[in-house]
Ligand binder design. Structure first.
Ligand SMILES: [Zn+2]
Length: 62
């Protein structure tokens, strides 16, 4: 079963993996507080969903 958490996909930096609600300065905008990566939230969420689907951390446990 593939579990993707929609909440965190838009708060997680696809570059460094930093997760924080502060990474969302405004609706629709992503700005990583850790590495400075900036992009539209939609792009970030898509990147993270792709990564989560390909790279499931719990896949071995299933
Ligand atoms: Zn980052």
């Amino acid at each position: 079963m593939v579990l993707v958490h929609p909440k965190n996909t838009s708060r997680t930096c696809p570059i460094c993996g930093h997760v924080a609600k502060e990474n969302r300065p405004s609706r629709g905008q992503f700005y990583c507080r850790a590495c400075g990566h900036a992009a539209p939230v939609d792009n970030v969420a898509v990147e993270n969903i792709h990564r989560a689907a390909v790279n499931q951390p719990n896949a071995a446990a299933n």
